[in-house]
Ligand binder design. Structure first.
Ligand code: AMP
Ligand code: MG
Length: 347
């Protein structure tokens, strides 16, 4: 069933959706980061349906979503002072914390790890569904594994319809990229996946922060990742992609033109609005992610732009990179994976 709650949550439909969750079915629902595909986290069978629908490798654990901070102790234990401070400062919000799990969380959710990833979304629809279902909801991003995450229902409907019992449409997601994932190791918060909450913000409240070395690099297949999701192909359209970032504006235009020519113009460029005319491209060849230096717009638009570019069809999708600071760090983390490390950079 498809439900549109973009303007307002329908309470009768909310009851139906929550019953589906309680009865072991899976649903698509909005959060402030991206759309999620959720199931009762305490029901292994239901969680198994998520892995099947997404084609997600079973060693990639899921984030468990709660409606309230005081529910955390029901599924996690031995919470340290630093962890508690992170909870107090960043939850609810686009922030996921890895905590020591309680046995109540089934192995399938955590891929057998002794930790569990927890997030409390801010989005009102997500909170309503979790609250009235009365159970924690395990939910990865709503997309077939490897594809860009879904930020609009129209982008993901075709690939997931028929695999889920309900689709709840809450309009375009506000942030557009996934949560910041943090694990506290030896009392230091370590960013395993960058997101809207930046390392600077974490440092400002805890006084220390570390960034996992694998965030922008490649991981050897047999290397053990602190966050298993790191080692998988991700956010990638069918068309192969190239990432281009030059610190200098003139260089950026020069190299974009050079790469466009290299593919005889058979490209789609995803970039900032101001560059469309400079590159002499029309709407079929250029997708804007917003104005230059507006990283919020860039983050909100990027996944949908990738899907749109893929649909247009070309030899190559060329993507403009951004400066690696603040939210730009999270954007580049996704794009480097999108482009499978085909990244031209000039500082
Ligand atoms: P997704 O929900 O698809 O956006 O991905 C969730 C991310 O959180 C993946 O990169 C997972 O590897 C990571 N994750 C989930 N649970 C854990 C955990 N217990 N320890 C470390 N990373 C985790
Ligand atoms: Mg995902």
């Amino acid at each position: 069933m498809y439900y549109n709650w973009e303007k307002m949550t329908n309470t009768e439909e909310l009851r139906v959706v929550c019953n589906l969750i309680r009865n072991g079915e899976i649903i698509i629902f909005p959060t402030e980061t991206v759309y999620g595909i959720g199931a009762n986290a305490l029901d292994s069978n239901a969680v198994g349906k998520i892995f099947a629908a997404k084609g997600r490798p079973s060693d990639n654990p899921l984030i468990v979503h709660l409606a309230d901070r005081n529910k955390i102790q029901e599924i996690a234990q031995d919470i340290t002072e630093v962890e508690q401070e992170l909870i107090d400062n960043f939850m609810p919000g686009p922030f996921t914390l890895i905590l020591k799990r309680k046995p109540i969380i089934p192995d399938i959710v955590t891929a057998g790890l002794d930790t569990v990833a927890i997030r409390i979304p801010e989005n009102i629809i997500a909170r309503g569904i979790i609250t009235y279902s009365g159970v924690p909801i395990a939910a990865p991003s709503a997309n077939v594994s490897g594809k860009p995450s879904g930020t609009k229902i129209e982008d993901i409907r075709k690939e997931l319809e028929g695999k889920v019992s309900a689709i709840v449409d809450g309009g375009e997601t506000k942030i557009g990229i996934e949560s910041t994932v943090v694990k506290v190791i030896d009392e230091v918060p370590v960013v395993l996946r960058p997101g809207k909450i930046t390392p600077e913000e974490i440092d400002a409240v805890i006084g220390k922060v570390r960034i996992d070395k694998n965030i922008l690099g490649t991981l050897n297949k047999d290397e053990v990742a602190e966050s298993p999701g790191m080692k998988y192909k991700h956010y990638a359209p069918e068309t192969s992609c190239k990432l281009v970032y030059c610190k200098d504006e003139l260089d950026q235009i020069f190299y974009l033109k050079k790469f466009i020519k290299q593919y005889d113009g058979d490209v789609v460029v995803i970039g900032v609005e101001e560059h469309k005319e400079k590159l002499f491209l029309d709407d079929q060849r250029f997708i804007s992610v917003g104005k230059k230096d507006n990283l919020e717009d860039y983050a909100r638009n990027i996944f949908s732009a990738l899907r749109k570019a893929d649909k247009i069809g070309s030899s190559k999708i060329i993507i403009e990179g951004v400066k690696m600071e603040g939210l730009g760090y999270a954007i580049m983390n996704r794009l480097i994976r999108t482009c499978e490390h085909d990244f031209f950079e000039k500082q």
